[in-house]
Structures are given as structure tokens and as C-alpha cells.
Design a protein around this ligand. Structure first.
Ligand code: FE2
Length: 424
């Protein structure tokens, strides 16, 4: 064996197991494995997890905070306007450098797979070229999946559909959309039909920004589920954001959720961004705006949490930490039961891996040895502490290390070191 990790806890509840790794894949998992390896790692009873996966991100905009100015109101619409001001000033080299820097942050956080939307409404397709270059360069250590995203509207922007098709021909993986930003509800529905039919013809996945609005009558998710079902796209279609569902009538939602399930459509909530952007037209009480996560999970719908933005026109914070995303999602959705908290961890690991269609993902024999050793005993503790990633491994090779978080105290009569874990 090349590597053996001893005494690990797993996210599924198994504890004290050893993980043997050979030729970049997991070769065995069992207690007290009788194997020798070139390198032994003692997990000390800490959690060894499959890597974090972010199913919803915008890498073309990331780390552009302050360019050309900051978003003064902090609203979605000013963010879109600001992005429009920035687009003509973008250079391919600067885009690549910012994206590579973000991928460094991601790897350090144990985030080894990202689905990023890339705006195709710039006729130069400069961001598409830049992110395809980034995808090629990070491939040894990070899976980057790209979505052709018509930010200014498929029908509202005159060249968007042609540009989207060009982007797909250049190697972009997934068909995107933004039906709620079209001029009318009818145009929004038509854009969903056109994009789903195009994806079906091309054999591609679909991931649309869908109903990112507080308008309870924004119901494009219904149309998306309908076309997914009609075209047999089950398991390949995702609705991102779905915030209007927060404000919808309960009776309508009771009809809608089975339709989403029937259409095989997954959902991605973006808790950090939507808790800050939604409800901006409210006085008090203010709506939270995040989509109905526990209700969709109960209906058998796959739900992942995405980061969406880090230091860009829409969001000035973030550092690529999917545990921060899960932490916010848990709070906003009031998912505080033990099973619910574990589901929040699954929403940043297994579920987005399934949405992306990642091959060989997981902690099981035969899977890629892509693993994260956390400074926490289990998924709930990992979320509580936004635990340090002691080790991040890609194909059996350590690609990042972080020291555990602890503090030295200088208090009279008290022990000198705390690490924020019970019993330590
Ligand atoms: Fe987004």
C-alpha cells in the first residue's frame, strides 16, 4: 500500500477504521487493517471525509471585490449592474489569475470539485476562454465543471443563445439559464423550453438560476420540472436558488414538490448569498428568502448547498469554506436536529457530487483517494467548528495541510490551551 490512514471516523457513523490507499484509489477500509504502507497517518479518531463539493459558484467574478467599485446597496440588482460595468474591463490574464488564486483557497479548504457558471453574454467569450484554461490547469488537483450562463437573459440579450451554443462547442459542460430575468414570464418559460431541448439534443446536463426572486408567482421551476420530465432528463437537471419558493403559497408548494421529484430535478440553495440578498423589499418581518430545504429533502428531492459568490459584486465575504456554507444553511433552514445537521454536511459533499456526476467520489473501496482529514470527530462537530482541514488528499497525495485551531490562554489558575472540542 502507498498510504494507510489509521483510526478514522467516517461521515456515515463508522468509527476507528483504517483506510488503505494504493495507486490513487481506496484499496481497503476496515478496523485494524493488517497492511504495511509507505506512509502511515494517524487520524487520532478524527473525521476522514470525501472532499467538499461546491455545486454552485461564479468563478469568472470571484475575488473581483471593489472592481470597479463596491456594491453600495448590497442588492442583487446593483450586483448585476456592477458586473455589467466590470465586464468590458476584464482581461483574460486577470481572470485566470483570480480563478487560480480561488482554486488555491478551495484546495486548502478541502474543496476539490466546483461547478462554476460562466457568463456567456460577452460576445468575446473572454471569460469562457479563461475558465476553460483554468479548468485545464487545475485538473490535476480540482474538478472544475463549467455552466454556460446567459446572465443578461437568453432571450433578453440578443446574442446570448448563439454565444451559449458557441461556449458549449468550446468545451463548456452544462447548459445554464436565468428565466426569471427574462422580460416576461412567458419569455422565461420559453427560455426554459429552448434550453432543455438544446441540452437534450446535446446529451448535456442543465443547471439554471431559477426563480431567484421574492416573487411568489415566479414559478419557472414548475416549467423546468415539466420539460425535464417530458424530455427524459431525470437526474441531469438542477434548479439553482429557487428562492421564490420561500414566499409561495403552501397549497401550491404541496403540488409543486412532487412535480420536481417526478421530473428528477435537483435543487441547490445558496444560503450565504440568499440570506443577504432576499427580502430586501420587505420592512418587518423580513423574509429569509432561502428555498424550502427540509421540505424538499422530505419529498425525496436532492438538495445541495452552494457558495455562489466569494468577494465579488454580489458578496464581499467568503473564503471557499463549504463548512461555513453548511453552517449558514443549517441556521437559515432551522435544521438543528441530529439527522438534519448531518444532512447539511451531505449537502456540501455527497449530494453535490451526485449533481455534478462525479466519477469515483466517496469513501468506499475503489473510489479515488480524494480525502479530507478534519479536526473534528464527526460531521456535526465539523460544521460547529468550521473545523481545520488537517490534511487534504488528492489521488492519495497530500495537497494541503493546516494546523488544528487552538488558542493559548494566559489566565490565572486555568489550563493554558483550548481547542474548542468537548472533553479536550
Ligand atoms: Fe449564482
Amino acid at each position: 500500500m502507498d498510504v494507510v490512514i489509521r483510526n478514522a471516523n467516517l461521515a456515515d457513523g463508522r468509527s476507528g477504521v483504517d483506510i488503505a490507499i494504493a495507486q490513487g484509489r481506496i484499496a481497503a477500509i476496515a478496523p485494524a487493517l493488517a497492511v504495511t504502507a509507505g506512509r502511515e497517518i494517524d487520524a487520532c479518531g478524527d473525521l476522514v471525509s470525501a472532499p467538499f463539493v461546491d455545486a454552485h459558484f461564479h468563478m469568472d467574478a470571484t475575488l473581483s471585490y471593489g472592481l470597479p467599485r463596491v456594491n453600495a446597496s448590497g442588492t442583487l440588482l446593483e450586483g448585476i449592474a456592477l458586473w455589467g460595468e466590470l465586464k468590458p474591463e476584464l482581461s483574460q490574464q486577470a481572470l485566470v489569475e483570480r480563478a487560480l488564486q480561488y482554486c488555491d483557497w478551495a484546495v486548502a479548504r478541502g474543496l476539490l470539485a466546483i461547478r462554476s457558471h460562466v457568463d456567456v453574454c460577452d460576445d468575446r467569450l473572454l471569460a469562457v476562454e479563461a475558465l476553460l484554461e483554468v479548468k485545464r490547469r487545475v485538473a490535476p488537483y480540482l474538478d472544475l465543471q463549467l455552466v454556460a450562463f446567459p446572465q443578461d437573459g437568453l432571450l433578453r440579450s440578443p446574442t446570448a443563445f448563439a454565444n451559449l451554443q458557441r461556449a458549449i462547442a468550446m468545451g463548456v459542460d452544462v447548459v445554464g439559464g436565468i428565466p426569471h430575468f427574462e422580460r416576461t414570464m412567458a419569455d422565461g418559460a420559453e427560455s426554459v423550453r429552448l434550453l432543455c431541448e438544446f441540452a437534450a439534443e446535446q446529451g448535456l446536463r442543465v443547471d439554471m438560476h431559477c426563480d431567484e426572486s421574492d416573487d411568489p408567482l415566479s414559478r419557472h421551476i414548475e416549467t423546468l420540472a415539466y420539460h425535464s420530465n417530458r424530455l427524459g432528463l431525470h437526474g441531469r437537471v438542477t434548479g439553482s436558488h429557487l428562492t421564490s419558493m420561500h414566499s409561495m403559497d403552501n397549497y401550491y408548494v404541496s403540488k409543486l414538490l412532487p412535480l420536481i421529484r417526478e421530473g428528477g430535478v435537483a435543487a441547490i440553495a445558496n444560503p450565504l448569498i440568499n440570506i443577504t440578498l432576499q427580502g430586501r423589499h420587505d420592512t418587518y418581518p423580513k423574509r429569509r428568502g432561502m428555498t424550502r430545504v427540509p421540505e424538499m429533502l422530505a419529498a425525496g428531492i436532492d438538495v445541495a448547498f452552494g457558495h455562489d459568490c466569494v468577494m465579488d459584486p454580489w458578496y464581499s465575504l467568503g473564503s471557499g469554506d463549504m463548512l461555513e456554507v453548511a453552517h449558514m444553511g443549517l441556521h437559515v433552514a432551522q435544521m438543528t436536529g441530529q439527522d438534519a445537521m448531518r444532512a447539511c454536511y451531505t449537502a456540501v459533499t455527497d449530494t453535490p457530487a451526485r449533481i455534478l456526476g462525479l466519477d469515483g467520489y466517496g469513501v468506499a473501496v475503489g473510489c479515488h483517494a480524494d480525502l479530507v482529514l478534519l479536526d473534528a470527530a464527526d460531521p456535526v462537530e465539523a460544521i460547529r467548528l468550521r473545523a481545520a482541514r488537517r490534511l487534504v488528499m488528492r489521488r492519495g497525495v497530500i495537497v494541503a495541510e493546516s494546523p488544528p485551531a487552538h488558542a493559548s490562554l494566559h489566565l490565572p489558575g486555568r489550563p493554558g490551551c483550548v481547542d474548542f472540542r468537548l472533553g479536550r
